[in-house]
Design a protein around this ligand. Sequence first.
Ligand code: ADP
Ligand code: MG
Length: 368
Amino acid sequence: MKIWKKRWGSVLLVGGILAATLALGGCSGQDKDEQQENVQDMVLKSNVEQFQREDVAMGTLTTAVVYTSGVDLTSEIIEQISRVEDDYISWRVEGSDIDKMNNSAGNSDGASISDSTANYLQQILKLSEVSDGAFDPTIGKITRLWDIDGENPKVPGEAELEQLLADCGYEKVRLEGNQAYLEADTSVDLGAVGKGIGCDVAMDLLKANPEVKGAVISVGGSIVVYGEKPDGSDWQVAITNPDDDTDYLGVLTLSGENYVSTSGDYEKYFEENGVRYHHIMNPSTGYPADSGLVSVSILTKSGLLSDGLSTACFVLGMEKSLPVLEHYGAEAIFVDQNHKVYLTDGIRDRFELLQGDFQLGEIIRQES
Ligand code: ADP
Ligand code: MG
């Protein structure tokens, strides 16, 4: 039997009015309508307006909640995210930088790419190196072979897998300034960092507008919070319960600018003969990563890195992730197959576990 599943995002948004209805529920004794009215009162008293928009961008549900002194930036944010997808990072869109690179594979002249894409690629290749290839921007061929995203997901044959794996490896991508070179038969797919890049793009726009007092933007499973809510309270970001993605495992309380991304084996998968085959690939085997984890959430100061690190750490497993997290000064929430939740030191006071059938493990201490 095959079970097939795909969802919009892995981190559920709790910001602005959503924060009032979800995060305050249960502890305030108020019903949702009362809480909503209270937030609206706060918005009115503070001379700050709330703008909210939900749309599809980067092939995923994107939500922007922005508090400003009157300017509505929400549609511009969503348009800008879509533009970056189309012009720079999508392998599906003809003429994007990544499409140009993929078409130039094996060509010694390489492809000329924009400053933005060159900057993303530089960070991605560094992450690939630091994670010892656990993050691999050339793994798209393998993902497509499994067709986990598509209509006919299947376990591929060994011979075919071996053959395609030979064309993968981040070392097959080279960047010299704005010139990118790919070895023959290699292709690049930035799907695992796209949503994080979307958060970075949104943040650039928010920072360029001094009218913005606070915002929470979610692009699928990647979230950025910025500034302050009208009542001065902290942002609350819910982390999905890996056992039930309509529910929360717990809530992260954050102030100021922070980026959170989650990678989990429950996001996109199919099951065959009782085995779950999910969408995060181990580049050294060509099979879905099997590191004992069911989800990893990363908190850091960049969208691209939070998204990329969640993928890399999911592949690496907890132990091997630690030096990578230290390198980037990032914090993590690991959930393993035994319902244990492990927090890094810097996140312990900011995460509240809400599910009784999960237990907190030892706190992970980091050097720096
Ligand atoms: P995540 O929840 O981890 O962000 P996404 O659905 O955003 O997952 O990412 C799916 C994309 O990740 C696909 O484009 C896939 O090719 C890519 N991917 C899968 N495994 C890896 C890996 N080990 N390194 C880099 N990209 C990967
Ligand atoms: Mg990712």
